[in-house]
Design a protein around this ligand. Structure first.
Ligand SMILES: [Zn+2]
Ligand SMILES: [Zn+2]
Length: 175
């Protein structure tokens, strides 16, 4: 039989094994015995006293005075992001904002479509060569560099290369 005495109330506790003291004392790995010096009962009293002397501070939120964005009625709330006075107004706001969202979405889609159109027309312009441009290429291909032709036509070297390749394909290799 082993014994362990509470340093606060001086009660002696008995146990067959040292692990059995867990019934009376809280564990504490930092101590040699593996248990607190004071018994569970004393510890709970101590904790209560400590709590009373030093209660945790609760944040008291001030009541905010606001105007409902739906019905304009004044209302009070503790939550800063709340903008409506009641559930009805909240539902209304939800409905309207989802409508607005849809409208905005449509607007965004239209912009996307327009951009796509512009892109397509730009790429058409890129691949479309006027008669005199083709004539210029054919006349100068054996005299000047591709870079020179590209610069003259306001196109990239790669684009001219590509065009030359196509022209050669059309005329079976002869230009
Ligand atoms: Zn005790
Ligand atoms: Zn309201």
């Amino acid at each position: 039989m082993q014994s362990k005495t509470c340093t606060a109330c001086n009660t002696k506790f008995y146990s067959l094994t040292s692990d059995g003291f867990v019934k009376y004392f809280h564990r504490d790995k930092s101590l040699k015995s593996g248990f607190k010096y004071i018994c569970k009962k004393c510890r709970s009293i101590y904790k209560k006293k400590l709590y009373k002397a030093n209660p945790p501070k609760r944040e008291i939120k001030p009541l905010l005075s606001k105007f409902c964005i739906v019905c304009s009625k004044p209302f009070q709330t503790k939550i800063e992001k709340i903008e409506v006075c009641c559930k009805e107004c909240a539902d209304f706001k939800k409905r309207v904002s989802s409508k607005l969202y849809k409208r905005e979405n449509k607007y965004r889609e239209n912009i996307k479509k327009q951009k796509l159109k512009e892109l397509q027309s730009a790429s058409k312009r890129r691949y479309h060569y006027k008669e005199d441009e083709i004539k210029f290429i054919k006349e100068n291909i054996n005299i000047y560099s591709t870079l020179y032709i590209a610069k003259k036509l306001g196109r990239t070297k790669i684009a001219i290369w590509e065009k030359i390749r196509k022209l050669k394909m059309q005329s079976k290799g002869k230009l």
